[in-house]
Write a protein that binds this ligand. Structure first.
Ligand code: SIN
Ligand code: FE2
Length: 216
């Protein structure tokens, strides 16, 4: 499969601009799926998924972990990046080359050269889990883009504008899809609708999202 005939009739273009400064790269991570999943298993053995608490006291439906020099955390004290995993008291696992390379290549493909991520947030959605509209704004430097990799069950990604009230567009993100946003879109509100139940051949009843940032 995957010959010219299929490409010609594929309704999903490989590289889709979704807003000024935002690009959806369909299937960009597919070639690395097994290596990515193996690397994730090793990271999660060191830093297992946990459901963090928001500053307002709510338990997030999405479970999280991190790899890289710093990791995104939230607790009653606020949102921040920290070099130490609060659950283990140890540094987050380093970012494996297979993750780093994918993020750098995706950023470059979307028009952001010289991306040097130092943080990878790993989000785990089980059926019903969601992430409400938010901006990624805990990073020190907004000139670097955000690169977001989807694995496992499909999800509806909401991508809005600079104001919370800007009506978001909705995109189906499937296993292997990558979204990169920066420049005019860097502080766009975005979120994920409640995950529908299903079974993914490699990952089962879950969606894993990797969000690469330059945090410091
Ligand atoms: C996020 O904004 O951190 C997650 C986005 C996603 O799960 O696709
Ligand atoms: Fe985000």
């Amino acid at each position: 499969m995957g010959g010219d005939l299929f490409e010609a009739i594929d309704p999903r273009p490989a590289r889709q601009p979704i807003a000024e400064g935002a690009t959806l790269l369909r299937g960009f991570a597919l070639a690395d799926e097994r290596e990515l999943i193996a690397a994730l298993r090793a990271i999660l053995a060191e830093a297992p998924f946990r459901q963090m608490i928001t500053p307002g006291g709510h338990t997030m439906s999405v479970a999280m972990s991190n790899c890289g020099a710093v990791g995104w955390v939230t607790d009653r004290k606020g949102y921040r990046y920290d070099a130490i995993d609060p659950d283990s008291g140890r540094p987050w696992p380093p970012m494996p080359a297979v993750l780093m390379d994918l993020a750098v290549r995706a950023a470059s493909e979307a028009g952001f050269a010289n991306f040097h991520p130092d943080a990878c947030l790993i989000n785990r959605y089980v059926p019903g889990a969601k992430m409400s509209l938010h901006q990624d704004k805990d990073e020190a430097d907004f000139t670097a883009p955000i690169v977001s990799v989807s694995l496992g069950l499909p999800a509806v990604f909401m991508f809005g504008g600079a104001k919370r009230s800007d009506k978001p567009q909705r995109f189906a993100l499937e296993h292997g899809d990558v979204v990169a946003w920066g420049g005019a879109a860097r502080l766009a509100f975005h979120g994920v609708a409640a995950l529908k139940d299903g079974e993914h051949p490699l990952l089962g009843r879950q969606r894993i999202n990797l969000t690469f940032r330059k945090a410091r």
